[in-house]
Design a binder for this molecule. Structure first.
Ligand SMILES: [Zn+2]
Length: 490
């Protein structure tokens, strides 16, 4: 092997203070904390007034007044389909209607019994009017409410429906973004709830801690990344050995032992002689554990920081911070586990999608966003949102090699369910083991298509779904089929 140990003493990524805890326990605690925080939030809004909600721009009393004067604006999909609108009930009271029911529940949210999603993030626009003063005067004379501004999202109903259907009765999340802009085309999470029933079934929905239906698992869920983390380990290896990585060889006996610690390849596989590409395509844990123990910890820490671990993602909606435990004094056995995505590392599907998008986009990471523009009731633009670069997290050479490695996963590796379709896919599977060996792994797939000129990036997690290649990749395929072929009609 061509590397030597070069452990440096400076730590860039802080110790997250949970050494020794199992990933499963951390998952449960994270979810419990997020869930509790959400409920507290929602109840704080409720305690003042059942229907009045809070944003940074409005206090409760002002909202009461505003609601008598403004009819909350409409939320649209990118194609103009209505996702949320204000209608009158039989008594003439304004109520909110969500034509797609559960399908858009997490990204669009709701505005009764508290406020979530786009309903919350865009509330200052939805609950103010951009029409002219003379129109407002006319409305006042005729005792009419002013129309709130309308929000046009980046969401694509066909892809959102495909994602929601793909998840079915499983627990998990799918996020689909546009490779060259960062627009979020679909964001689905299950178990779900129907925002039309938020008022009538509130107790049932808000107290269901087993399923946490209010949790948007796509952006707030945190999971061990499993083998999808090998994207980062491979990228760091290429960064440290830009000329020599092609000479890497390893002989996999199904198990890699380092001191008194060992890791095994998934389901007892023995991969034999592998190079970097084969190690990645077949997801050889032994080979990646070997690579991990030899990487420069200071440099790897810097890459992980650049990739936005241990910091709040700069998105304008609720998201959880991906955590990685890092300490230069950690034992080698921790590096074995970290480099194959086990250990204590926890990531959100949104964050993994951003990293995948950066590969797809030749190294430049873009900020994911949900709102395209805001218009007043006459169709004049009040605000519009553009692509924001988060910088080049990989250089061109690194991204080129990652394209090659991720393509091979689909052509000859664990993602081959997505091979031989009418479009080309590159990606990485993951089967993140949970410490309780009686339960199935979390199944991951993250990737992009077409391989040669990426248009969309998709990340799928199925909790306790089993293997990423067998469970998550086919679901990604269902969504990609709809994007590239319009999907199969039933
Ligand atoms: Zn192996």
């Amino acid at each position: 092997m061509l590397m030597k140990k070069d452990w440096e003493k400076k730590k860039k990524i802080k110790n997250s203070n949970y050494p020794g805890w199992s990933a499963a326990l951390i998952t449960i605690i994270m979810f419990a904390v997020i869930f509790a925080a959400m409920i507290v939030n929602v109840f704080m809004f409720q305690s003042k007034d059942r229907s009045v909600v809070y944003t940074n721009s409005y206090n409760h009393d002002r909202m009461d007044i505003i609601k008598t004067r403004i009819s909350r604006g409409t939320i649209y999909a990118a194609d103009g389909s209505v996702l949320a609108k204000s209608v009158e009930d039989d008594e003439g009271n304004e109520i909110r209607e969500y034509p797609y029911g559960e399908v858009f529940a997490h990204p669009v949210g709701f505005c009764q019994k508290g406020v979530m999603g786009i309903e919350r993030d865009m509330q200052p626009y939805l609950m103010s009017t951009g029409i002219s003063i003379s129109e407002q005067l006319d409305n006042a004379m005729n005792d009419k409410k002013n129309p709130g501004n309308n929000v046009y999202t980046t969401l694509n109903p066909k892809l959102q429906e495909a994602a929601f259907k793909g998840l079915g009765d499983k627990t998990g999340a799918i996020i689909v973004t546009e490779a060259k802009t960062g627009k979020i085309l679909a964001m689905a999470s299950t178990p779900c709830f129907d925002p039309n029933e938020i008022e009538s079934k509130w107790d049932e929905i808000s107290k269901d801690e087993d399923n946490s239906p209010l949790l948007n698992r796509a952006s707030q869920g945190l999971y061990p990344p499993g083998s999808t983390f090998k994207i980062l380990t491979a990228a760091e290896f290429i960064r440290e050995y830009p000329k020599d990585w092609r000479n890497y060889t390893f002989s996999c006996s199904g198990k890699f032992t380092f001191g008194d610690e060992s890791v095994s390849c998934f389901h007892g596989s023995v991969h034999g002689d592998v190079d970097l590409s084969t190690s990645f395509a077949k997801s050889c844990n032994s080979s990646f554990a070997n690579i991990g123990t030899e990487l420069n910890r200071k440099k790897f820490a810097q890459m992980l920081a650049d990739m936005k671990f241990n910091e709040k993602l700069p998105v304008e909606f609720e998201s959880s911070i991906s955590r990685i435990y890092w300490d230069v004094d950690m034992k080698d056995k921790d590096m074995l586990q970290i480099s194959i995505g086990q250990s204590r590392t926890m990531m959100s599907p949104l964050h993994l999608n951003m990293i995948t998008q950066a590969v797809a986009n030749d190294g430049e990471m873009l900020c994911p966003y949900l709102t395209e523009r805001v218009e007043n009731a006459n169709g004049q633009i009040i605000a519009d949102y553009k692509t924001t670069s988060l910088g080049n997290v990989l250089d061109k050479n690194e991204a080129d090699v990652m394209h090659e490695l991720m393509r091979e996963v689909v052509v000859s590796g664990t993602g081959d369910d997505l091979n031989n379709r009418s479009y080309t896919v590159s990606g990485k599977t993951g089967s993140a083991e949970i410490s309780d060996s009686s339960t199935l792994s979390h199944a991951w797939f993250t990737g992009y298509a077409p391989a040669e000129d990426p248009e969309i990036v998709i990340t799928v997690i199925i909790e306790k779904g089993g293997s990423g290649g067998a469970v998550a990749a086919p679901i990604a395929g269902e969504v990609l089929d709809v994007y590239f072929e319009g999907g199969s009609e039933e």
